[in-house]
Design a protein around this ligand. Structure first.
Ligand code: AHR
Length: 484
């Protein structure tokens, strides 16, 4: 099948923030997974695991959402600053009722961002916090001059303000974030956002309001109607639950699943397209000029926890099936690049669809991690559209940047392989790199004893001739080819 790509016709920019991450105080997502403290035997810099930091640098994480999730609505930032031995201990009531010692707080978060080169995205506490608490936290982080909070920041060792642009006001306000009705939330959002101080005049705060869960179009309609003019981004949460719509009973094992569950997972993932389309249509009604964006600040697979682990810690394995889910989602995100500005996979380390899993000093890169690596060339590139038939159960995306064309293809069939021919409009005559992620078994995954069962490898089964790139795509695989 031939696909005619149209690189001369410039498509919308694919925001780099679509490759964002989310790390919550949840299980071993932060503690053990990212932060081990400066006294740990695990190699670290200022308490951050070096192996994890290096792996995250490699995939060029653009933005990291923190501190939750549900946790954000019980988090009081003042508990997490100052000398560590004086920090207040709290109970993490959302995630396993474990004691949280607040060793990882605002300063540690910005130190992590410095090490991995990512921008902050702070979720403020609207559920059990106050407007004053929010305003003082922003003052603490961003006020350059003299002020009570800026002085406190300096006392705690940080002279200069940090740069903060992304601010989430309300997490799942329709559920665990306060069980609010859309009307009440929208009014409260309007009130909160009007007290967000703007000390850095050059970088206006980008305010994200709590948007819908999945296909709750009514929520989107009401929030856009009431609060639309006061927001920059509207968040959407959509998880891939393998067996369907039922939140609790539809979860299944991350490994050892049936073919039927493979296909149910794929179907559920592809629904992202319909969901984004319909929410975007509602936003178009209130904001036809697309001044505001859709921000998918939680997405990914959600299975049963690994046997023997704390059910409140959401620790799950990650297989080639998760790699399919990631690639299908990215292809959908690119399709909606004119409205989608950010997405944050849940979550970076040891929680849900993670990039990395750790066990003491050991670390695994997951199949999902490799998809992020293989797609990173698409960040801030211009989408390249094409026309022509695509085989069933295959999807692709293409973009161009700095004279390079990047084509990524996913084939989520369980058998056979598919040949795709791309016509390149006489623009690109040389392959710069080509990589593949594939596996024989549909639940192939890496373990702490066998780190490299699934990994990105050099791909050679392509031909480039007469302006045509022909690639053979095996089942259960993701391929990225970069040309110039
Ligand atoms: O990512 C795990 C949880 O899922 C988040 O804390 C919450 O926002 C969502 O329900």
């Amino acid at each position: 099948m031939t696909i005619d790509l149209l690189p001369k016709k410039k498509g919308p920019k694919i925001s780099k923030y679509l490759y964002g991450q989310f790390s919550e105080h949840l299980g071993r997502g932060i503690y053990g997974g990212i932060y081990v403290g400066p006294d740990s035997d695990i190699p670290n810099e200022n308490g951050m695991r070096k192996d994890v930091v290096n792996a995250l640098k490699q995939i060029k994480v653009p933005v990291l959402r923190w501190p939750g999730g549900l946790f954000a609505d019980t988090y009081h930032w003042m508990d997490g600053i100052g000398p560590k031995d004086k920090r207040k201990k709290i109970v993490n009531t959302n995630w396993g009722d474990v004691t949280e010692n607040n060793a990882f707080g605002t300063h540690e978060y910005f130190e992590l961002l410095r090490q991995i080169g990512a921008e902050p995205y702070i979720a403020i506490n609207m559920g059990s916090g106050t407007i004053r608490e929010m305003a003082e936290w922003i003052e603490y982080m961003t006020m350059p001059g003299e002020s009570p909070m800026a002085d406190l920041r300096r006392k705690n060792g940080r002279k200069d303000p940090w740069k903060l642009r992304f601010l989430g006001i309300g997490n799942e306000a329709w559920g665990g974030g306060g069980q609010m009705r859309a009307e009440y939330y929208s009014d409260l959002y309007r009130q909160y956002q009007s007290f967000v101080p703007q000390y850095d005049k050059d970088h206006p705060m980008y305010k994200v309001a709590c948007g819908p869960s999945e296909d709750d179009y009514e929520w989107t309609d009401k929030v856009m109607k009431i609060a639309g003019p006061f927001l920059n981004g509207l968040s959407l949460h959509y998880y891939t639950l393998p067996a369907g719509e039922d939140w609790v009973s539809s979860k299944t094992s991350a490994t050892g699943f049936s073919e039927d569950l493979w296909w149910k997972t794929i179907k559920r993932t592809k629904k992202m397209d319909e969901i984004v389309t319909k929410h975007s249509n509602i936003m178009d009604h209130y904001d036809p000029e697309k001044k505001s964006d859709l921000v998918i600040d939680e997405w990914g697979t959600w299975y049963d926890v690994e046997k023997g682990t704390n059910p409140g810690f959401l620790f799950q394995q990650n297989t080639i099936r998760d790699a399919m889910v990631a690639a299908i989602n990215f292809n959908i995100f690119h399709k909606h690049a004119d409205r989608l500005y950010m997405a944050n996979i849940a979550q970076t380390v040891n929680v849900l669809q993670s990039m990395l899993l750790t066990d003491g000093p050991k670390m695994i890169k997951t199949p999902t991690y490799y998809v992020f690596d293989m797609y990173k060339n698409h960040m801030d590139a211009q989408r390249v559209d094409g026309f022509g038939d695509v085989p069933e159960n295959v999807s692709y995306t293409a973009s161009q940047k700095n004279g390079q064309l990047t084509i990524s293809v996913v084939n989520y069939n369980l058998d056979g392989s598919e040949k795709l021919d791309f016509d390149l409009e006489n623009q690109f005559g040389k392959v710069v790199s080509a990589t593949i992620l594939t596996a024989n078994k549909m639940d192939a995954h890496n373990t702490f004893d066998n780190l490299d069962v699934v990994k990105e490898e050099k791909y050679e089964d392509y031909q480039l001739s007469n302006d045509n790139l022909s690639i053979q795509v095996p089942n259960k695989s993701v391929i990225t080819v970069v040309l110039k």
